[in-house]
Design a protein around this ligand. Structure first.
Ligand code: CMC
Length: 392
């Protein structure tokens, strides 16, 4: 009953109030808990930012150390859960493995499922942040046929993830401090983005009072798609295709403008930003730094820079306010660090995790929260009389 308004894609409908992230899409502003993303990127680690998003305040040195130590205690996966990875085909997409494994956390950690018990919520929060890097690296190891690496809790969060992903038990793994810093920064830049598709999914699932693991695994699946987190993999594939086809950038941009076969310039455009994505601005600088270190400059970086130049000077993109988004340059950095394209979206998930958790917790703590249940405009048949099988 009452008036129902159609708003496909929620272009103009707020589904909640939130005190976590502020975006001004016209001005290209992003703040977590009031702090500008540029300042957090410069001065805070990913763990500090995770703490900030979840608990609302920047941690003191003691608080972040204590937080890190709590996480450290939970980096191992249950041994039975390790076996879980054997069941998937070798060529499975790691995002599919990740969402399944996160969902499976509900089966192994049944003592932290009650969304209204603060201690259990705290426990599932710490477990998720601790175990998702382990799961992500196992998904990768499985796909390349290498032994799974146990976490090394002497290392920091990002260091540990890199070692589990690239290390082997037969040799010491040498961490490259530039890569550690770059990955920490990229995770920070992905850590929250208010009511995007995956976060809205986490809230929607959680609004039925489903547990945190179940809600986050749904978020991982939402992130999988190429219009959302999957864009970082799609960008690299696009750059590679342009490179391999020997096409020039102008020819590719012409095909995008003609909407040939629905192709889009991946890594461009955003529902909220109608200006340069502030995260892309920071990432572009990092890309140039990290790629400057690898022996042979990646020709794909030149293609990306040229694409950006051509698009930003073209009325098709200017009039539609299409600018590079967070995903445009990330793939190039991940590639330079040695990550295969299939793992790029998993890195996005790792970064977005504290945001999903913070948003879920904010919703659960809000007594005015209601189950998510959109309305519809029915456009089907009016009432008609049932026809028995014999007369159809
Ligand atoms: N390349 C070419 N044209 C585009 C693009 C693009 N990347 N993005 C939007 N357009 C055009 C679109 O064709 C439409 O033109 P017209 O008015 O002639 O039909 C107009 O711009 C508006 O597009 P829209 O699809 O209605 O905009 P939206 O707000 O629904 O979509 C978006 C936002 C991010 C899904 C879209 O810009 C897109 O598909 N971009 C490419 C994928 C991508 O990079 N996604 C990552 C988003 S940022 C981080 C994340 O969420 O993961």
């Amino acid at each position: 009953t009452g008036h129902v308004t159609l708003d496909q894609g929620f272009m103009n409908t707020a589904a909640c109030t939130s005190a976590i992230t502020y975006i001004d899409g016209d001005a290209g502003i992003l703040r977590y808990r009031g702090y500008p993303i540029e300042q957090l990127a410069e001065g805070a680690s990913f763990l500090e930012v995770s703490y900030l998003l979840i608990y609302g305040q920047l941690p003191t040195a003691t608080q972040v150390e204590e937080f890190g130590n709590r996480i450290r205690l939970h980096t191992l996966l249950h041994e039975e859960m390790r076996r879980f990875f054997d069941g998937f085909p070798r060529d499975a997409h790691p995002m599919a493995v990740l969402s399944s494994a996160v969902s499976a956390l509900s089966t192994f950690y049944q003592d932290s499922l009650d969304p209204f018990d603060p201690e259990q919520v705290e426990m599932s929060t710490v477990r998720l942040i601790a175990k998702v890097p382990t799961i992500a690296s196992y998904a990768h190891k499985k796909s390349i046929g290498q032994p799974l690496m146990y976490p090394d809790n002497r290392l920091g969060y990002v260091e540990n993830f890199l070692r589990m992903t690239f290390g082997v038990p037969t040799a010491d793994y040498e961490l490259d401090p530039v890569f550690v810093k770059a990955l920490d920064l990229l995770l920070t830049l992905h850590a929250d983005h208010e009511q995007n598709c995956s976060t809205s999914t986490v809230r929607m699932v959680g609004s039925s009072q489903a547990n945190l693991f179940a809600s986050v695994s749904a978020g991982v699946n939402a992130l999988f798609g190429p219009l959302h987190g999957g864009a970082n993999q799609a960008v690299l594939e696009m750059l590679q295709q342009i490179h391999d086809s020997g096409d020039d950038v102008d020819a590719f941009v012409r095909r995008v403008k003609n909407k040939e076969a629905g192709i889009r310039l991946m890594g461009f455009g955003h529902r909220v930003y109608k200006n340069y994505d502030p995260r892309a601005m920071i990432i572009k600088k990092t890309a140039q730094e990290v790629l400057g270190r690898t022996q042979n400059a990646d020709p794909l970086l030149d293609i990306a820079i040229k694409l950006e130049e051509v698009a930003l000077a073209d009325d098709f993109f200017v009039s539609r306010k299409l600018y590079p988004n967070v995903d445009f340059y990330t793939g190039l950095i991940y590639k330079a660090m040695g990550f295969p394209p299939q793992l790029f979206t998993v890195l996005f998930a790792l970064g977005r995790l504290p945001g999903w958790i913070a948003q879920w917790r904010e919703m659960m703590a809000d007594p005015t929260t209601k189950i998510g249940r959109p309305r519809q405009i029915y456009v089907g048949e009016p009432e008609r009389k049932f026809v028995p099988m014999a007369s159809r």
